[in-house]
Design a protein around this ligand. Structure first.
Ligand code: NAD
Ligand code: UGA
Length: 434
């Protein structure tokens, strides 16, 4: 089968950028991105992208109107389609059994119902690109009961903020499922990705690999954050520990930055999904092992909140606190599960007056500063929660002069030089650093 047309359910953080890059690398194929949300589709079509990613506009401009279409018309998406990606959201389930840990696949469900009702005129390769619970492929097959549809698992590993780079040059592409269809899907990727980076696996391994990869990443952050807590007690420097430990090539130096806790829509939900899987397999010791990774992350956020409140003598009422960063990491506008959300909530409970700024991220129903102009005037504290480069470049000497005294700085990303900040007069607190 020669692949001529590809569609994608879901025009979000994954569907939009992934299809834009694919369309630019596969000019012979047509890519139709379908979403039930008309507003979302309008944004893509009107250059007001719902996703902020470096160089994304370049890839959309190259392809939109040529071989890339964003639409709410399911016929346009499925008619004569050879490959359909499912890139819809799979959040933590919020109700019933497994609430708060299992993944909610109801959005996948409704895609499958749409496909089941559609009269397909040719064979279809249906690809799980969303992160799904293990054996979702069996569930999909049981619903569809259609020999002309072959289900594959092809999880996505892009990280927000570096999505385009990750899509152009992924560490690996995993394709799980029947080999003939897997090779057809691989033929798309082979148009820009070296063959040796494409790994063929059985379908359960592909599904599980995604959950495991995110859980390992979460584990790295919790590991270094746990060490930051020890450093705070003994006067060692966690940044130095990261460097010393990460120089061992067996350990590697990535994902060893201590922080106020990992956020984002996926690390936590996928880690919780792994814990739920262990529990449902009655593997209690394994579940406990992974649960600690999650609990440590919650503890790290709480620890930072306590640090702010106790350092300011439990007296934040009517004090102005500048919050720098609401995105869950730099270079993205995404605030889902950002540590900032809980920290802002707790500081509001203390009745502090918050001035919040982020170059891209916006939180619903909270007023934010559009720039840093005037933000430090009369403030008692600066709280850094996202590692935007813009925050390194601030003239902190000028900020200090404008602030009330004592002037505190709580650096939840170890972004600044503690020595420099202290020399300017700040009461500076980083994580795991003297
Ligand atoms: P998202 O919320 O940004 O986008 C999902 C889109 O799917 C929304 O626009 C929604 O309207 C649409 N949708 C829901 N039901 C639909 C339906 N029945 N038909 C068509 N469209 C429908 O989600 P996301 O961040 O792109 O994540 C999608 C999946 O990819 C999740 O499983 C996630 O775990 C996984 N993932 C996300 C990332 C990431 O960086 N965000 C990276 C890798 C994997
Ligand atoms: C993560 C994975 O990195 C992607 O491979 C995966 O595809 C994606 O989840 C997903 O499934 O959605 P993402 O959540 O976009 O990507 O961002 P990460 O770079 O993983 O960062 C997650 C959180 O960990 C952020 O809050 C970040 O600030 C924090 N982090 C990361 C640290 O605190 N320290 C580090 O050293 C690295």
């Amino acid at each position: 089968m020669q692949i001529k047309k590809v569609c994608c359910f879901g025009a979000g953080y994954v569907g939009g950028p992934t299809m834009a890059v694919m369309a630019s690398k596969c000019p012979e194929q047509l890519f139709v991105v379908y979403d039930i949300n008309q507003q979302q589709i309008n944004k893509w079509n009107n250059k007001q992208y719902p996703v902020y990613e470096e160089n994304l506009d370049e890839y959309i401009n190259q392809t939109i109107g040529k071989n890339l279409i964003f639409t709410c018309d399911i016929d346009l998406a499925l008619k004569d389609c050879d490959i359909a990606f499912l890139a819809v959201n799979t959040p933590s389930k919020q109700f019933g059994m497994g609430a708060g840990s299992s993944l909610d696949i109801s959005y996948i469900d409704s895609c499958i119902q749409d496909i089941k009702q559609y009269t397909l005129t040719k064979k279809l390769i249906l690809v799980e690109k969303s992160t799904v619970p293990i054996k979702t492929c069996d569930y999909i097959n049981a619903i569809l009961q259609n020999k002309n549809i072959c289900v594959l698992s092809n999880p996505e590993f892009l990280a927000e903020g570096t999505a385009i780079q990750d899509l152009l040059n992924p560490d690996r592409v995993i394709i799980g499922g029947p080999i003939e269809s897997s090779k057809q899907l691989a033929s798309l990727y082979e148009q820009w990705i070296p063959k040796d980076k494409i790994i063929f696996t059985n379908i359960y391994s592909a599904e599980l690999s995604k959950i495991v990869a995110n859980s390992f990443l979460a584990q790295r952050v919790s590991s270094i954050n746990s060490i930051s807590i020890i450093c705070d007690k003994i006067g060692a420097d966690v940044n130095e520990i990261s460097q010393c430990v990460g120089s061992d090539t067996r350990i590697g130096n990535k994902f060893l930055k201590t922080s106020v806790g990992f956020g984002g829509s996926c690390l936590k939900k996928d880690l919780l999904c792994l814990i739920y899987l262990c529990e449902s397999l009655q593997l209690d010791e394994v579940a406990q092992y992974w649960k600690q990774v999650y609990l440590l992350n919650e503890f790290q956020k709480q620890r930072f909140i306590n640090l702010i409140i106790t350092s300011m003598f439990n007296s934040l009422k009517n004090k102005i606190i500048v919050i720098l960063g609401v995105s869950f990491k730099a270079k993205t506008n995404d605030t889902r599960e950002s540590a900032s959300l809980i920290i802002i909530k707790k500081l509001q409970e203390e009745q502090a007056i918050l001035r919040i700024y982020d170059p891209q991220g916006k939180i619903d129903n909270i007023e934010q500063y559009q720039s840093l102009d005037g933000i430090f005037q009369g403030a008692s504290a600066i709280v850094i929660l996202t590692e935007w480069e813009e925050f390194i470049k601030i003239d902190y000497s000028q900020a200090f002069n404008q602030m009330a005294k004592p002037a505190y700085c709580f650096d939840g990303r170890n972004l600044l030089s503690g020595d420099l900040m202290k020399s300017l007069g700040f009461l500076y607190y980083g994580l795991g650093r003297v």
